[in-house]
Design a protein around this ligand. Structure first.
Ligand SMILES: Nc1ncnc2c1ncn2[C@@H]1O[C@H](COP(=O)(O)OP(=O)(O)OP(=O)(O)O)[C@@H](O)[C@H]1O
Ligand SMILES: [Mg+2]
Length: 229
């Protein structure tokens, strides 16, 4: 049997700036998240939610501490690999506040981009992408460009893209911000289903209390540390 831990953080610290511009964001954060868990991350604006996800996602360098992704220690006071991009590509799916679809690729090519870069056959990546687009009710948009879709449709494509890769960990920064209530609930329920069925760990930032009942645990940032409710 494999290990249960998907994300482990120990004594993680992050500040920005120096002198007059110094801001302490995360101080001595320690926690573990298991495979199969959907964890909500809630805290006021500016508390460090995005910064925390970016550090776990190997996109923002901490100042000190440790980060494990699965059983791999990826950060110990420095990145332990030069290839943080490889870790992102192989282990992580991202859904950002601003969805960052590639503007000059059509919808289906946006979704198949990462799995194809990972060497998965085009036939398989296209099949998976079409299944996801159908699920999100935008199957007819596969040839459209991101600029031709509404904000909510683009958000759904961004979620589909994060799933295309079958990642072990999904980091979602307000994935339902641009969606109506019913679609938000659908998306969160679907994230929970993915977590359970595919043994994926998901951290989801949300400002919507109505989504919390679908999550397994609620993590907060309090006094710059991470605590579970
Ligand atoms: N690149 C940066 N340089 C300097 N300060 C930064 C940088 N990124 C974030 N910060 C600061 O770090 C703090 C945490 O920001 P962060 O974006 O993580 O907050 P958040 O909890 O995601 O907020 P929101 O709910 O508004 O998205 C803020 O004070 C912010 O100004
Ligand atoms: Mg944020």
């Amino acid at each position: 049997m494999g290990i249960k831990q998907a994300i482990k953080v120990e004594n993680l610290n992050k500040h920005f700036g120096e002198g007059d511009t110094f801001v302490d964001v995360i101080k001595e954060a320690s926690f573990e998240i298991n495979k199969g868990e959907l964890v909500a991350l809630i805290a006021p604006s500016g508390a460090g939610k995005t910064t925390l996800l970016m550090m776990i996602g190997c996109l923002e360098e901490p100042n000190s501490g440790k980060i494990w992704l699965g059983d791999e220690l990826v950060y110990h006071d420095k990145w332990l690999t030069k290839e943080t991009r490889k870790i992102r590509r192989e282990k992580l799916g991202f859904i950002f506040q601003a969805h960052y679809l590639v503007p000059f690729l059509n919808i289906i090519d946006n979704i198949t981009l990462v799995p194809q870069a990972n060497g998965v056959e085009e036939k398989i990546t296209k099949e998976k992408a079409r299944e996801l687009l159908k699920y999100f009710d935008i199957a007819e948009k596969e040839k459209a460009m991101p600029s031709q879709l509404s904000g909510g449709q683009n958000q759904r494509v961004a979620i589909a893209r994060a799933l295309a890769n079958n990642p072990q960990i999904i980091l979602a920064d307000e994935p339902t911000a641009a969606l109506d209530m019913q679609r938000s609930v659908d998306v969160v329920k679907m994230l929970k289903q993915i977590a359970t069925q595919q043994d994926v760990a998901i951290i989801m930032v949300t400002h919507d209390d109505r989504m919390l009942e679908y999550c397994d645990r609620i993590m907060k940032i309090e006094d710059k540390a991470c605590v579970f409710e």
